[in-house]
Design a protein around this ligand. Sequence first.
Ligand code: PEP
Length: 282
Amino acid sequence: MLIVAKDRSFPAHFTKNLNFGTQTIFFRMRTKLVAGNWKMNTTPEEGQKLASEVVNMVKDELNREVQVVLAPPFTHLHQVSRLIGDAKHISLAAQNVSEHEKGAYTGEISVGMLKAVGVKWVILGHSERREFFKESNQQLAKKLDAVLAGGLQPIFCCGEPLEIREKEDQNGYVQRQLEESLFHLSEEQMRKVVIAYEPIWAIGTGKTASDDQAQEMHAHIRQQLAGKWGQNLANEIRILYGGSVKPDNAKSLFAKPDVDGGLVGGASLKSRDFMDIIKGAV
Ligand code: PEP
């Protein structure tokens, strides 16, 4: 999506400028984002190797603007943060966070703790957290509040299970997830959110949504955002696709007008595959 604009009163991920002599024209377009969710995989040593390979490949091979986000397990965040250092294009995400600030919450990690080790993003509402840890839309609303209050950016996951897709009720299902977790946010807060549409039947199954199925849902999500916050804001929000993204399907998925990159699980554990997926966003 490309809009030519008079000024630059919009977020950095939504701005490009070109200089023509004395005149500068600002283009408004969404910078693509590709995030790698390592889940509960890799030892610290393997994580270190994987992160340094990705950092080096991005440095050597990425010559266009794509935001790359790495989401290793909590125990690796500190070392991956140091490896990323001030590398251009790459930043660090956590896979989850507590909605509480501090206190007697054994086993939990706070937003403040994540910030202290250089985390910039938090994945929220991944289907595995919803399914195995019973995270509800209401709890996710609280986690979103905590993340935004702490100055981090959420990657908010939504998506329907197979039985809902088979009943063709996926639009209503995803709409409810958005309404119950996001719709209390102000316009300013919403600007910081990235949405990841991940149909559960496509996660880790090797079954990818077709390019058209992804586009159809992304357009539906954007329409919901426009209905709540207006078309301008809806145009700014990045909506990632997740679910068996691989080097051979990334390019055509990311070419769809409402698909602004990907949230990648399995394929983000192989640096070459992950880099080829990132290049699919260029
Ligand atoms: C994910 O875990 O968010 C995911 C999309 O996994 P995979 O790419 O392995 O399907």
